[in-house]
Design a protein around this ligand. Structure first.
Ligand SMILES: Cc1ncc(COP(=O)(O)O)c(C=O)c1O
Length: 494
């Protein structure tokens, strides 16, 4: 049988499989344990240009075959380095065509969920860090305009019932120059993080809330909202297809997930797009600010530039919000600031709103304050988590308006929160060319405690001292509501 084989990846889909981190050989004991666990694997192969997923059940294969396949072992690198492809292909071809085992395939099992060993997790910048093998998710929906209800109608669920058909190798997609989003800016997006917990489980933090926000953003921009469950499953699939890109816990690293929904129909003239596309890509990332958990310097805008206004799109994640203030941010960075503190002018008084891509908090007299949500503030999922965590830790939290002059005069600590920013201490705010420094430019105790508590929850360190002050019932509630496990229960590593 002449086949043109190319091994794409070997995927262990056994819900209870863990271990075999990186390359290495399996002992008979390990194989026995795996068999006992009913471990299954799926080899994703490309045969004559066609993708095939072939299930392997260890029980189906004789011990000798297993030992041969597993112990001769393909090096994990073989699957990702083209130079080794030929060797891998040959072996798989041999196994595929081996009459003795019929159509069963054996390949070296790799715990695909283990962190990739060709990435330096401790040095990741907050940027696209995409190895070539990355998979992305792309789905499309056609919609029509319902004049009676002034809305577009289409169904992501009906038009894309099978998420597995929406997975493709990452590529720079080619779109028509006339695609609606290219000129009329019909684009909303999300930012979500997946983590690897200290006991090796893969989790997405507060996935449901982000899916809900994507739904609201799509609706606000005249696009078709999918059901929260459909969005969640699409995102889960995009992450599962790239799970070795979820960093090990620590180093402020995580997998950043970026769903983007756009009006992709070809248009000239502002109207409904006719067609929309949802793209989801992922990238392992490090801390948002290059210095990690260090106080940043921010300033208010020098000009009248604002990111949003009443009745505009500030409360949803519309691309337009970010481009509105970009020129001001570029200028501020040149001056040595990390971010812009967006403010609102009301009757000659300035009120703080949010900080670049994060929400603002400040501490006054040992209590926590944050601006009340409005048309011009994004309801941050991290903001909500910090408010709930702080209250659970016995800290009094106020959501309300306070003039900037008062914040500058009274705050003892300032920090900002966001999926990317996590909890970022703010060392100083410069307003009207006056710099006000908080807590001598050092990280304050409340900032540190809330950062520790949030990251402990994300990384599954439930016995972290930062969570000590939370009642067991509330902690269970947070765990149940906020932590979305990508897979079912996994067994400890062998
Ligand atoms: C403008 C803006 N504000 C606040 C946030 C923080 O939101 P979240 O905590 O949901 O990431 C973000 C980031 O998404 C943002 O872009």
């Amino acid at each position: 049988m002449a086949m043109n084989l190319q091994v794409k990846r070997v995927d262990v889909s056994g819900a209870n499989f863990i271990g075999l981190r990186g390359a290495g050989r399996m002992s008979k004991k390990t194989i026995g344990w795996m068999k006992g666990q009913g471990v299954r694997a799926v080899a994703h192969l490309e045969i004559d240009g066609q993708r095939k997923a072939l299930p392997i059940r260890l029980d189906d294969l004789p011990e000798s075959m297993l030992a041969h396949t597993l112990l001769t072992g393909f090096n994990r690198q073989s699957f990702v380095q083209p130079a080794d492809m030929a060797a891998v292909s040959t072996k798989v071809e041999v196994l595929l065509t081996n009459q003795e085992f019929g159509d069963k395939v054996a390949a070296r099992l790799i715990d695909e969920a283990a962190p990739a060993d060709d990435i330096d997790w401790s040095k990741l910048p907050f940027d696209l860090n995409l190895p070539e093998r990355t998979t992305m998710y792309v789905a499309k929906v056609r919609h029509t305009y319902d004049a009676k209800k002034n809305t577009v109608r289409g169904s992501w669920e009906a038009q894309n019932p099978d998420h597995s058909k929406c997975l493709f190798p990452f590529s720079d997609t080619l779109e028509s120059p006339a695609a609606q989003n290219k000129h009329y800016g019909q684009l909303c997006f999300e930012g979500i993080k997946a983590f690897r917990t200290i006991d090796g489980r893969l989790v997405i933090f507060r996935l449901r809330e982000n899916a809900l926000r994507l739904q609201r953003s799509a609706r606000r921009l005249g696009m078709t909202p999918a059901s929260v469950e459909w969005y969640m499953e699409a995102i889960r699939q995009a992450v599962l297809a790239n799970k070795d890109l979820i960093p090990p816990p620590g180093n402020m690293a995580a997998m950043y997930i970026r769903p983007v929904q756009i009006g992709s129909g070809k248009r000239l003239g502002v109207k409904e797009a006719g067609e929309e596309t949802l793209m989801i890509f992922v990238s392992p990332v490090g801390p948002y600010y290059p210095n990690g958990f260090e106080p940043i310097k921010i300033r208010t805008p020098n000009s009248s530039i604002r990111r949003s206004g009443n009745g505009l799109t500030g409360r949803v994640k519309a691309a337009g919000n970010y481009v509105m203030g970009l020129i001001e941010l570029i200028f501020a960075k040149k001056q040595g600031f990390n971010e812009i503190l967006w403010i609102r002018n009301h009757n000659g008084q300035y009120y703080p709103e949010e900080v670049g891509t994060s929400n603002l908090f400040y501490v006054i007299d040992g209590e926590l304050y944050t601006p009340e949500l409005s048309d011009t503030i994004l309801p941050g999922v991290t903001r909500d988590s910090i408010i709930k965590l702080a209250r659970a830790l016995g800290i009094k939290v106020h959501e309300g308006e306070m003039p900037l002059t008062e914040v500058l005069a009274r705050a003892t600590e300032v920090f900002s929160t966001g999926t990317a920013a996590v909890v970022t201490p703010v060392g100083s705010i410069t307003h009207l060319k006056q710099e006000v420094i908080f807590n001598e430019g050092k990280v304050g105790w409340m900032t540190q405690l809330l950062y520790n508590a949030l990251v402990a929850l994300q990384e599954g360190r439930f016995d972290d001292p930062a969570l000590d002050g939370i009642s067991p019932d509330l902690l269970e509630e947070f765990k149940a509501d906020w932590i979305f496990y990508l897979e079912q229960e996994r067994q400890p590593a062998v």
